[in-house]
Design a protein around this ligand. Structure first.
Ligand code: ADP
Ligand code: MG
Length: 725
């Protein structure tokens, strides 16, 4: 049923076709989209001060952020040699203050006009002329009547992100406020509720109409907070409904019979290992065994930091299953890793009478056909491969277990594909991406989780240092010295995606200069992004067999690859890597009993930055975090070795939206909820969602029809793998 809300914004007053196109680029097409285009920030009276007060505060030693509203009184441009400086003088009801710009002077000079009113935010100082001065502050323009209203009635003023294209058509802050104000007046009451009454009542939520109105033009901070809570709750509620539906689908498959596992071979195998399993490894194995022997198929995530020993756990699981008569499949994210698993596993399980096959993309069709046949007839006990394993024409004889290694590279949708094939038996997913507990609970709410927290005993924490580029010669000397003690080194350069050709050339240049100059006398191998996996692998194997002392890499070194004697990793331009990438790279070393070293090399100015190194993220403002992000990333690597800790920091730095890419989880992105702090709310939403789906899995009941319709309408693309009738 078409509604007024679905009307194109083009027909609104002050928009027209051209602006409608600009709006469309940021996803706003209809009146409804505009109603749900919420402010990016608000100005409210509680954080506004007048200039005299601020002056006093600063005299008293205050150094934090403030906002002052003032009218432009005068502008001055001064020249100092080649430099120009712009000073704008503002006036408020108590006095004067200044804002100064050293850059983009002519731009700002034209933009600020006398008589206009602005809210100026930043950390001001008192300059040597005893003036209150902001340098390059943030600013927001206010209308005269807006600022009067604001100062007299305490109204809260919303600010919206406006695409620069729109600003160019002189559609700025007032225009959008005016537009949205009239849209809210005229259309907000047409919005239909999207949460059932019983939830709204029980959680004491605002109605959707009130939520929309108060998100734009809140009457108070309290009601704005309530509007936020409602948006988060709804977001999490539907998110958790999707998770509950997935879980339900998985659980609806019941095994024909329960299995009693034959663990004799596995026990002997464990005894034959040169090390003892850690307690966490044992605990995980017990949890897995219980799953495998129950009537429900296993759906378990095995989470553990790089090097915590997940592979051995999966291998023992595979052994139990094979010896109990089931076929097992192991999927790796890349061919090189699949191949490594194949070699390692073949060696470890040698003599146990198991047929292990490797199925890869590039295999000759004759060989491939033979393997496919063997899988189909059930002759193959263990098949190892990439995602190609679950694609198309692979038929299994008696598949009992699928192990997915390094899950973060697989979408959950692929799990869906398995389910659809109807072959789904037990699934074990391994991930080295340490996910904070709240995240696990939300994204992986449909999985059971085993965690390996404890590292094998022989591990020494990797020593990590941050160094400026000018220290490289010393670093190379360290590499040479450590070679004497049998250490191999990785030297990593960041992948430059814009131009592979350029990267290749740069890599070769580095390689030659290292070979001929800094590391002359050592043997050096090179892997780069343009090699195919076979070529990469052959270099990696040469490195493993100590044909090289140093491996220069311009591509991300395969996650999961194990080279026991490579215990130094030098990461160049470390500031260009993300935190989890840095941690994964560091995880390539220190995998044996030897001391591992990770040297992060960056610009001298960053490495030597005076920013306190014992900062605590919790005390930094958002703006400070934004500013120091790169530095914080690098320093966090120096301070912490725990992947869990680092992922929490990463989450703080990146914000939740980033982590929840649809691609990764198959679930919708979160816009409003902060999974690191909104824990209670998430739990409440989850408990409602799970209860409803468990009582009424297909949402057939009348009281759930609103939920069903909302899911269908707003989340259809996330329902592909599931089905509500
Ligand atoms: P990941 O969790 O990153 O997949 P791996 O399973 O590759 O880690 O294990 C890393 C290394 O640690 C391997 O060489 C493995 O043989 C070894 N390892 C695994 N478990 C233990 C243990 N309990 N004690 C000592 N070494 C172990
Ligand atoms: Mg691994």
């Amino acid at each position: 049923m078409a509604s007024e809300l679905d009307k194109s914004v083009q027909y609104l007053k002050s928009i027209g076709q051209r602006r409608a196109e600009s709006f469309s680029k940021i996803g706003i097409n209809t009146v409804k989209d505009l109603l749900f285009y919420f402010p990016s920030k608000y100005l409210d009276r509680t954080n506004i001060l007048n200039s005299v007060k601020v002056y006093d505060f600063i005299l008293g030693g205050y150094t934090g952020e403030v906002t002052i509203i003032g009218e432009i009184y005068d502008k001055e441009v001064k020249r100092f040699g080649k430099k120009t400086i712009l000073t704008i003088i503002f006036k408020d009801s108590t006095g004067f203050f200044e804002a100064t710009w050293f850059q983009a002077v002519s731009y700002f000079k034209d933009m600020f006009k006398e008589g206009e009113t602005y809210a100026i935010s930043g950390k001001p100082q008192i300059n040597k002329f005893h003036k209150l001065q902001f340098i390059h502050p943030d600013f927001d323009r206010l209308g005269k009547s807006e600022s009067d209203d604001f100062l007299h009635t305490g109204k809260i003023i919303p600010f919206y992100r406006i695409p620069s294209e729109l600003r160019k058509t002189s559609f700025g802050d007032f225009s959008i406020r005016k537009l949205i104000h009239s849209v809210v007046e005229n259309y907000a009451d047409l919005i239909t509720e999207s949460l059932p009454d019983f939830i709204i009542n029980e959680q004491k939520l605002l109605s959707l109409r009130e939520t929309v109105k108060n998100s734009h033009f809140p009457l108070s901070n309290e009601i704005l907070e309530e509007a936020r809570r409602r948006l988060k709750f709804e977001e999490m509620f539907y998110f958790e409904c999707l998770v509950a539906i997935r879980k339900r689908i998985h659980e609806s498959i019941v095994k024909d019979s329960t299995t009693k596992l034959d663990t004799n071979y596995a026990n002997d195998f464990v005894k034959s290992l040169p090390f003892k399993l850690t307690n966490d490894q044992k605990k995980s194995l017990n949890e897995i065994k219980d799953d495998l022997e129950s009537t429900k198929p296993m759906n378990r995530l095995l989470q553990g930091d790089v090097g915590s020993g997940k592979t051995i756990v999966s291998l023992i699981t595979i052994l139990m299953m094979c010896k109990s008569g089931f076929q097992c499949a192991l999927m790796a994210p890349t061919e090189i890793l699949a191949d490594q698993h194949f070699r390692v596993i073949s060696k470890l399980l040698d003599g146990l009478g198991l047929q292990i096959d490797l199925l890869l993309g590039g295999q000759l069709s004759k060989k491939r056909k033979a393997i496919l046949d063997s899988i189909k007839t059930g002759k193959t006990n263990i098949v190892i491969g990439t995602h190609a394993l679950i694609e198309g024409n692979v038929e299994f004889g008696n598949l009992g277990l699928i192990v997915i290694d390094e899950q973060h590279r697989f979408g959950v949708l692929q799990r869906g594909t398995l389910i659809k094939k109807g072959t789904i038996p037990n699934v074990l997913i391994m991930t080295a991406t340490p996910i904070p507990r709240t995240l696990t609970m939300t994204i992986y709410g449909d999985l059971d989780v085993s965690i390996i927290k404890e590292m094998p005993q022989n591990r020494k924490p990797i020593k990590t240092a941050l160094r400026g580029e000018s220290k490289l010669p010393d670093i190379y000397k360290f590499v040479i010295k450590m070679k004497e003690e049998g250490y191999q080194s990785f030297i990593v350069y960041p992948l430059v995606e814009e131009s592979e050709k350029l990267t290749l050339k740069a890599a070769e240049t580095y390689y030659i200069s290292l070979k001929e100059e800094y590391l002359a006398g050592l043997s050096i191998g090179l892997v780069h992004g343009r090699m195919n996996w076979k070529e990469k692998e052959s270099v990696m194997f040469d490195f493993l067999n100590k044909k090289f002392d140093v491996l220069v890499s311009t591509t991300v070194i395969e996650v999961g690859i194990d080279i026991p004697d490579a215990n130094i990793i030098i990461i160049n331009d470390a500031h260009r890597f993300g935190l989890s990438q840095l941690h994964q790279l560091r995880g390539r070393v220190g995998r044996s009993g030897k001391q591992g070293y990770c040297i992060l090399v960056t610009e001298d100015s960053l490495a030597n930055s005076g920013f306190a190194s014992n900062f605590d993220l919790n005390y930094l403002s958002e703006r400070e975090i934004e500013k120091y992000k790169t530095f914080i990333r690098l320093h966090s690597m120096v301070q912490h070795t725990s992947g869990f800790k680092l992922s929490e920091i990463d989450l703080k730095l990146r914000g939740p939206g980033d982590i929840f890419s649809t691609q990764q989880s198959g679930l919708p992105n979160l816009q409003y909820t902060d999974v690191t702090t909104d824990i209670e709310l998430i739990e409440a939403a989850k408990s409602h969602a799970f209860k409803i789906i468990s009582d009424d899995p297909s949402l057939r009941k009348k009281e759930n029809s609103l939920i069903k319709n909302t899911l269908k309408k707003n989340y259809s693309q996330h329902l592909v793998i599931s089905s509500i009738a």
